[in-house]
Design a protein around this ligand. Structure first.
Ligand code: GLN
Length: 461
């Protein structure tokens, strides 16, 4: 990562990033650019460097911000009509921390509206294209962030991951994606999706950069009571796994998984062995229930979180209003995308008095069993290895009329989300068509840096 100093001007770094963003405009990685303010910040940093004042570890480093992070610079839209004109009065904690280190937000990256999706096709502003093939999806929901890094517009970007939204687009575009342990990074100032699994993380070109960004944004925040004390404190070289034992999840190597994806995982396992790791097959029967658990718990939380958009307090208000009910229903009908509405309907259904025990309570019980199953295997293994996604980036439009198919794509990313454990996606291979394929490393709570350490040992090998 190039950082501004006496010889490298922050203004030049930011200008270059803005120019590249323009050059690649057709990929639609960004919803809006922050040109004027970004250049102003860069000039301030250059002036400080000139005077010999401290400027932080990310001085002048441009970054892309998933447009569900609140910041007063420009509009925070969450890619929904509902928030199209929403100017935030506050700044998300993660953004504040990056800015305190001199990083500069150059633009707001595209996403599936409210982070509901796995392709960035659910954006009110239109889809983002994959960095390696314009006819394919970027992945999602943090598609814009992944593409901005993959196209070398910025060296890093922020994303959020509720059930795979950092890992899957990272895999689809060939960059590193980090979904930390639940509670690592403050959720303050990020548009809520499913509060019990939402985590904030990043995309970067390599493991070392990802580690640096995470070490900056991690830590306790009085504004988010679920945050953990800062544990992201080691040098990556020192975050060594104790047992040097990795479990290869066989449940995700069978039917329905693309051959190139399987080969990439097997090759990665072989490289781990070469690097001195023991790799053994593990079978975790509970994993087959994770997707069903996720698509009950997550919509329930979505339905609750999105109830705040009522057309009254903030966000879109319909102009087609004849009575009070129209304020709510027409505003919500116009402001949300179909996928948002689908989740609100499912969520309210599983929470309704007749079905609460049968669905929501049962899913929460199954969730505990899933957590226990993970805890058991982590007695034996430092980490688990599996694919990120059943196949490489699919074609734009391929899944849009089939929501169930879209949900099935999340089968391997949602289990760690439901358990609150860390999982990273690292580039590991290519399909026959030349599309990037990542592998996923999953570890016990707060083993995030160990996962990055393992990945760093294999990087570029
Ligand atoms: N693709 C998953 C979903 O649609 C995950 C989304 C996310 O992590 N924000 O729910």
């Amino acid at each position: 990562m190039i950082i501004a100093d006496k010889n490298t001007k922050a203004v030049d770094l930011v200008r270059a990033a803005l120019e590249k963003a323009k050059e690649y405009e057709e990929y639609h990685a960004f919803i809006s650019m922050n040109e004027a303010r970004a250049l102003e910040h860069a000039r301030e940093i250059d002036a400080k460097i000139e005077k010999g004042e401290p400027v932080g570890r990310l001085a002048g480093v441009p970054f892309a911000l998933k447009d569900n992070y609140l910041s007063p610079e420009g509009m925070t839209t969450a890619a929904a009509k509902m928030l199209e004109d929403f100017a935030s009065p506050i700044t998300a904690t993660a953004v504040k921390k990056l800015e305190a280190e001199g990083a500069i937000m150059i633009g707001r990256a595209n996403l599936d509206a409210y982070a509901h999706g796995g392709s960035t096709e659910n954006s009110y502003f239109g889809p983002t294209s994959n960095a390696h093939d314009k006819t394919r999806v970027a992945g999602g929901s943090s598609g814009g962030s992944a593409v901005a890094v993959a196209l070398d517009i910025v060296p890093f970007a922020l994303g959020s991951d509720t059930g795979g939204s950092i890992r899957q687009p990272a895999s689809f575009n060939g960059v590193v994606g980090v979904k930390p342990t639940y509670g690592t990074v403050s959720r303050y100032g990020v548009v809520a999706m499913a509060s019990s699994t939402d985590v904030m993380g990043c995309f970067a070109k390599n493991v070392e950069d990802a580690n640096l960004i995470m070490s900056i944004i991690a830590g306790k925040d009085a504004k988010d009571s679920t945050t953990l004390n800062d544990f992201w404190t080691k040098n990556l070289a020192d975050a060594k796994p104790e047992k040097k034992k990795i479990g290869l999840i066989t449940d995700f190597m069978g039917e329905g998984i693309d051959e190139d994806v399987k080969k990439t995982v097997k090759d990665y396992a072989a490289k781990l062995k070469k690097a001195g790791y023991t790799v053994e097959d593990v079978n975790i029967p509970m994993l087959k229930y994770a997707l069903a658990i996720y698509y009950i718990v997550q919509p329930a939380e979505v339905a609750s979180n999105l109830s705040r958009y009522d057309g009254i307090r903030y966000g879109h208000r319909s102009s087609d209003i004849k009575g009070l009910n129209d304020v709510y229903s027409n505003s919500r009908n116009e402001g949300f995308m179909s996928e948002n509405k689908r989740r609100i309907l499912i969520g309210n259904f599983v929470l309704s008095s007749g079905f609460f025990d049968a669905y929501f309570v049962k899913a929460q019980k199954a969730r505990t069993l899933l957590i226990n199953a993970y805890n058991d295997v982590f007695k034996e293994y430092d980490a688990l290895l599996c694919p990120v996604s059943p196949r490489p980036a699919f074609k734009l439009g391929e899944n849009t009329s089939d929501p169930l198919q879209m949900y099935l794509e999340d089968v391997m990313t949602v289990p760690p989300s439901m358990a609150g454990i860390p999982a990273i996606s690292v580039p590991a291979g290519k399909s026959k068509e030349g599309l990037p394929i990542g592998v996923q490393l999953v570890g016990p709570r707060q083993s995030d840096q160990i996962l990055l350490h393992i990945a760093s040992e294999l990087e570029d090998k």
